[in-house]
Design a protein around this ligand. Structure first.
Ligand code: G3P
Ligand code: CA
Length: 241
């Protein structure tokens, strides 16, 4: 069965990476959620996609220049605010606490790319362990350094190679890195590559698949999971039989 991960929650209809968005993804029938983590000046792991707060909140500037107390005053409802009213940038702990009371899976993407957050991986692993979510968690990152650090610090927690394009033989690359899944951009991965990767026992979870035709096509190829802004659409198409 192809699992469904709500991208930044249910980002197609709710403010991305907020508690209402994650709760909506669960309500719509997603099997899991995907989210992005960054770090504040005082070392709190927060759930926000960009390195700055400009696009998704009413504030401006780098996440790393805010203390958590300052950051928590910003309104992250931005898009779709009519549905939620004011809502905060959640801490990862807040999300994990809620998630631990559900049966959802979680894909935590480390945004440790341009910005180098010292201790981000260590802190995230500590939180995942605190809530006993090791078996429900997948770590991913565009940063190979970040992924290798997770592999080293927490070999019991699944890791996935996240990439847009340019990885020609992903199952070999995944095996070399010791990860058990790839999270490719769905636009740049061909059907034979998906088959061969699955045949090599590497899970394939493309992102961010929103249109019906692609959802249907990828579902027929037997992908392990899909990461989508519209979990309800994916549920309808992938579970239609
Ligand atoms: O993890 C899949 C996807 O979220 C990666 O791209 O930019 O949406 O974080 P982005
Ligand atoms: Ca992401």
């Amino acid at each position: 069965m192809t699992l469904i991960f709500g991208h930044r929650g249910a980002a197609g209809t709710f403010p991305e990476n907020t508690m209402p968005s994650f709760q909506e993804a669960a309500r719509l029938g997603a099997d899991g959620i995907e989210l992005d983590v960054q770090m504040t000046k005082d070392g709190t792991v927060v759930v926000i996609h960009d390195e700055t707060v400009d696009r998704t909140t009413n504030g401006s500037g780098a996440v790393l220049d805010y203390t958590y107390d300052e950051l928590s005053k910003l309104d992250a409802s931005h898009t779709f605010s009519e549905k939620t009213g004011f809502c905060t940038i959640p801490t990862l702990e807040e999300v994990l606490h809620w998630l631990s009371k559900t049966e959802l899976l979680i894909n935590i993407e480390f945004k440790n790319n341009k910005q180098k957050y010292r201790g981000l991986e260590e802190e995230v692993i500590t939180l995942v362990r605190k809530y006993g979510l090791e078996s429900r968690t997948v770590f991913s990152s565009f940063s190979q350094t970040s992924i290798m650090k997770c592999r080293e610090l927490a070999p019991d927690i699944e890791t996935a190679l996240l990439y847009k394009f340019g990885v020609r033989i992903p199952w070999l690359y995944a095996k070399r890195l010791g990860v058990s899944a790839i999270h490719p951009n769905y636009k740049y991965i061909a059907a034979p590559v998906i088959w061969l990767t699955l045949l090599n026992n590497i899970a394939v979870r493309p992102y961010t698949v929103n249109d019906e035709e692609s959802l249907r096509k990828l579902g027929k190829l037997g992908i392990s999971a899909v990461i989508t802004d519209y979990p309800d659409r994916a549920v309808r198409i992938l579970r239609e039989n």
